[in-house]
Design a protein around this ligand. Sequence first.
Ligand code: DNO
Ligand code: MN
Length: 358
Amino acid sequence: MKMSFRWFGSADPVSLAYIRQIPGVTHIVSAIYDEPVGAVWPLAKIEALKQQIEDAGLAFELVESVPVHEDIKLGRDSRDQLIANYQQTLRHLAAAGVQVVCYNFMPVFDWTRTELAKQLPDGSTCLAFDSRQADSIDAEKGISLPGWDSSYRSDELQGLLQAYRQVDAEQLWQNLAYFLQAVIPVAEECGIKMAIHPDDPPRPIFGLPRIVKNRDDLARIVDLIDSPANGLTLCSGSLGAGPQNNVEALVREFGGRGRIHFAHIRNVKVSPEGDFEETAHLSTCGSLDIAAIVKAYHDVGFAGYVRPDHGRMIWGETGKPGYGLYDRALGAVYINGLWEAVDKFSPEQQDSAVPAAV
Ligand code: DNO
Ligand code: MN
């Protein structure tokens, strides 16, 4: 298991120098943030990013995310050119030594929350989702939820929502298959592993379809193209917010098949309706048994990348909600601690510690 930490580039208030001080964090996961969605990421920019990360004593082998243009998800005519650009970006990333590319196929909205700073009893704040509040929003009358509606002008947003009226879940599946059929052979050729991130939360939202929500969806995706290059980012917090999902079982099934390339590990406290708040990573703080999840990764021989996903805001920290330094650092150290214990005291290690009989 290789421990990584997300870094949003030079504008990130969390510096590489600080990330380097977190014990056991060896890798940075980042992206090129100043290219428009759909453009080819220039090799020179990727190499400059890699250099900056390596100068800080860390490694750059994974990207989150190379965003998929809405025209690809919508199946518009322009998709072939956009897919060709995506392929070229993958070639450039591979040339710079990138191994894993995380992406998602969520229409219009990436992760969605109804609150970005919900107060927890200990005084920290976290990201939270209330399904009744989300469902009461009529997206076509305009959306005012925190955090994510800023990337579109309202006429653009309305245009997109209208276009998606023609795209139901089955059509979205067809469009994902079309994308993967073009992209996976290129990924195979240049040695990149693609890793789709699940929908967050794992349910349809604002009338838009979502197709990466549960075990059957993940199985359908990996079976679309049976290649190790067609893999998963298994996000415990996203999938775990679906009361139908058993994250430990998902790790065993898809990790056992060698199809998890990137593990996002975080905890959530979930209600039976699927409302949730993001808690500290510790198992006792949320609904997920993080120790059992880490053990499942160990049991399947997981050798891929992991990162603590979102964290709370603690100790007076301000900045990008979910992406402060302190709670994510605690998460990284906790996960590493679980891994060390599981690894050290696993039956295989015990066996190898016993001197061979003479
Ligand atoms: C949520 C986060 C997301 C994720 C993107 C991947 O769990 O991990 O921001 O990075 O959806 O494309
Ligand atoms: Mn995630």
